[in-house]
Design a protein around this ligand. Structure first.
Ligand SMILES: CC/C=C\C/C=C\C/C=C\C/C=C\CC/C=C/C(=O)SCCNC(=O)CCNC(=O)[C@H](O)C(C)(C)COP(=O)(O)OP(=O)(O)OC[C@H]1O[C@@H](n2cnc3c(N)ncnc32)[C@H](O)[C@@H]1OP(=O)(O)O
Ligand SMILES: Cc1cc2nc3c(=O)[nH]c(=O)nc-3n(C[C@H](O)[C@H](O)[C@H](O)COP(=O)(O)OP(=O)(O)OC[C@H]3O[C@@H](n4cnc5c(N)ncnc54)[C@H](O)[C@@H]3O)c2cc1C
Length: 673
């Protein structure tokens, strides 16, 4: 960690002196090994030390346009260095991935309100890598990696983001000219939201309804040039621009795009999955949802993003809580560090546990995605629905928890948490955006619930179930009897499983009852609230189950002292979860008031143990000061000095008297109204 050289606040030093495990060992786990930590630090420093970035400039005070222009300038500095570093490292694809992984946070520090090129290196490149045939790869990939073209992923339209089957942009094929003609037939068919689209990129993957031989063949991806390569002027027939100010992501340059008779060559339809012969014959893919593949990959990546945002927010909240003193607990004693207030521990400690468990889930899901993709490459698509359901479910549960936790961290910093310099606002804006993009979270939960209901029917009929939903058999096997609670980690898991299965049953029954009077679709809609609750509970089952399995493995491989910390973290996650879901648990589990009181007491004991480890864990997340970028969360804990220094930099403080005094205030005060 690049630690601030100033003297560490004595309260924070005292906390660090009491840490009873090896923080570096935790960091090595979090980043996947000592070598990876070394790499991360090197890459971070390689970029952040560049004076050309001018990181001294606080971009939050700039105008909307200036912010965008500075973000583009900084990004170019970064990407030029990226290519230099890539060559120095050996120039392999793996080297590129390593740098990109480490740039995730570094880029956040450089462009706190978003990266105007993020889609080029993520959804655009990934779609070309995964949905093209060999010829198309050879044509496009070198141009993408050399940044000779810059692209985005243009799917969402003004009228439709969720129900993509009804996108309205058309691509009509003419076998005579061997061209597609792209059109936006209505206002609602305008592309709306794609990141980097407004003024940055010159190409896009455009999702459009394919028409050939007089028939519609559903949405297909096309690579489309939007702007001239020399002048960057929109090409004929392209109506393009920025969608304007937003809640966050101000420098991501989200855009709109309309087509009027735009010609696209035959070879620009991405042909790995669906195929169109030159004569216009359409050949269906093995599974129509293969064209949704890029969204699945990004949803998987979003779990680690959520873990990291929580890790960052809890680092800020905890460090601040260890130096801020307020309100004596015993009237005659000195004011304690605010962390001594148990409610403050309740705000922050479960968040730290979530960051760790989400990281376990992200690792698990990344491996699962890889293995299911490898199966897919051999033509076996059997596990695609399972991956889709799981990635939708966890994308929703983890980003919902993320936004909630970051907001609680902000509240835990009191008034100072509301300052931009506290560093929590950008984290929150990114968290809340993630609840919507890549599939709105309610919709994602409903997709997961479809899988749960299917699995429930399968279980009732004595069929086979995938590993993650086998707990549905236990519920059916109990034949209406409630699960008996036992207060162990596995007991808590069984209780959450019983609640998830019970809620799935309620939703299933709701649908079955309604089906008598309504279509299955209407019945399913009427059961929507139960379905989303069931999917949410299923998400928690997955998190706890994977958390238990992964943390048991970790404990076997780390020192006993760190093992105890992991055990503590897992229990914190589990007990916090069951207490938060107690209403659902009571419905399906034989749990007494005494059991609940015991859990509440257990939480207090867990807090007591975690009180000494917490600072070690957040230090172990290893966010350097430029990355944490927070007056409240810097390593040295000198929050008051940081706050006043940041305030002094306000543009209003660069002069004693602002001109509005003479222009408006003084005449107003002298006017006697
Ligand atoms: C500190 C900070 C650190 C780091 C963070 C930094 C930065 C963040 C980085 C990047 C972020 C930047 C930019 C954000 C970019 C955002 C991009 C986007 O948002 S792109 C647009 C995304 N859009 C969506 O997600 C659309 C959502 N809708 C859908 O996915 C589909 O419409 C939906 C799945 C809801 C329905 O599809 P539809 O075709 O209508 O299906 P239908 O209902 O008929 O049938 C469902 C049927 O299909 C199966 N299925 C659906 N999808 C899949 C799939 N992918 N794989 C397999 N199967 C699938 C589904 O299971 C169901 O099957 P059954 O019928 O039940 O058998
Ligand atoms: C910051 C940001 C970045 C984005 N970047 C991109 C990008 O790069 N490329 C791109 O193509 N798109 C992008 N998007 C668009 C994004 O993917 C969509 O906004 C998102 O998928 C939600 O779709 P929607 O806007 O149509 O919401 P809607 O579907 O209109 O949602 C509105 C409400 O209706 C509800 N609803 C809709 N359908 C159902 C249903 N079936 N059942 C129950 N409730 C339902 C939702 O739950 C929600 O409460 C971005 C969006 C944001 C906010």
């Amino acid at each position: 960690m690049s630690k601030n050289l100033s003297i560490v606040n004595k309260d924070l030093k005292e906390e660090r002196d009491k840490i009873n495990f090896n923080v570096e060992e935790f960091t090595n786990w979090f980043y996947g090994g000592a070598e990876k930590v070394k790499e991360k630090k090197y890459i971070e420093n390689y970029f952040l030390s560049d004076k050309d970035l001018n990181l001294e400039l606080d971009t939050s005070y700039l105008s909307y346009k200036d912010k965008y222009e500075e973000a583009v300038r900084r990004s170019i500095v970064v990407y030029k260095k990226l290519y230099k570093l890539h060559n120095e490292m050996g120039g392999t694809h793996e080297d590129f991935v390593k740098i990109m992984e480490n740039l995730r946070f570094t880029m956040g520090a450089i462009n706190p309100e978003g990266n105007p090129f993020v889609l080029h290196f993520s959804m655009f490149a990934l779609t070309i890598m995964n949905m093209t045939n060999d010829e198309q790869k050879a044509e496009w990939l070198p141009r993408i990696f050399n940044c000779n073209i810059l692209g985005t992923y243009a799917q969402t339209e003004l009228g439709h983001g969720t129900y993509i089957q009804r996108l309205e942009t058309t691509a009509t094929y003419d076998p005579k000219t061997k061209e597609f003609t792209l059109n936006s037939p209505t206002l609602t068919s305008y592309k709306w939201w794609p990141g980097n689209l407004g003024h940055t990129v010159d190409h896009a993957i455009v999702m459009a309804q394919l028409y050939s031989q007089g028939k519609c063949h559903g949405i297909q991806p096309f690579i489309v040039q939007l702007r001239d390569s020399e002048t960057h002027k929109p090409l004929p027939g392209i109506d393009i621009g920025d969608i304007g100010n937003k809640v966050g992501f101000q420098t991501v340059n989200n855009g709109f795009l309309g087509f009027k008779n735009v010609k696209v060559p035959y070879k620009n339809m991405l042909m790995k999955n669906s195929k169109l012969l030159e004569d216009g014959t359409f050949i269906k893919p093995k599974n129509a949802k293969l064209n949704y593949g890029t969204m699945v990959i990004i949803r998987v990546h979003m779990i680690i993003d959520a873990a990291c945002r929580i890790a960052k927010a809890t680092t800020i909240a905890l460090r601040y809580s260890l130096v801020r003193r307020q309100s004596p607990i015993n009237p005659n004693e000195i004011e304690p560090k605010i962390i001594e207030h148990i409610t403050q521990q309740n705000k922050i400690f479960p968040g730290i546990a979530k960051a760790v468990v989400f990281k376990c889930m992200a690792d698990y899901l990344t491996k699962l995605h890889l293995s299911i993709t490898q199966e897919g490459n051999t033509g076996n698509l059997a596990r695609m629905p399972e991956l889709h359901a799981l990635s939708c479910c966890l994308k929703a549960v983890c980003t919902n928890e993320d936004a909630k936790t970051v907001e609680v961290c902000r509240l835990s910093c009191g008034g100072h948490g509301f300052l931009r310099s506290a560093g929590l606002d950008d984290v929150y804006r990114n968290s809340t955006a993630a609840q919507t993009y890549e599939g709105e979270n309610t919709v994602m939960l409903l997709q997961a619930a479809r899988f749960l209901i299917k699995s429930f029917n399968e279980a009732r009929n004595g069929g086979s179930l995938t590993e993650g939903v086998k707990y549905l058999f236990d519920f059916i096997g109990r034949n209406g009897k409630r699960e008996i609670f036992d207060n162990s980690i596995n007991g808590i898991l069984r209780a959450i499983q019983a609640a998830a299965a019970g809620r799935t049953y309620i939703a299933w029954k709701h649908i079955e009852d309604d089906k008598r009077h309504n279509s299955i679709e209407v019945a399913t809609n009427l059961a929507g609230v139960h379905l989303t609750k069931a999917a949410e509970l299923h998400g928690y089952v997955c998190l706890l189950q994977v958390g238990i399995e992964e943390i048991e493995k970790i404990i076997r491989n780390v020192s006993p002292a760190l093992g105890l910390v992991f055990k503590n973290i897992l229990e914190l996650f589990a007990v916090d979860l069951i207490l938060n879901k107690i209403g659902d648990v009571i419905q399906h589990v034989d749990i007494s008031n005494e059991d609940i009181e015991k859990l509440e007491k257990q939480m207090e004991t867990l807090f007591k143990f975690f009180r000494t480890s917490a600072i070690g864990v957040v230090d172990g997340f290893d966010f350097s000061d430029p990355i944490i970028d927070s007056t409240l969360g810097s390593y040295d804990g000198n929050v008051y000095e940081n706050l006043i220094n940041a305030a002094r930099k306000s543009p209003l403080n660069q002069e004693d008297v602002n001109r509005t005094f003479h222009l408006y205030i003084k005449p107003f005060m002298k006017s006697n109204l």
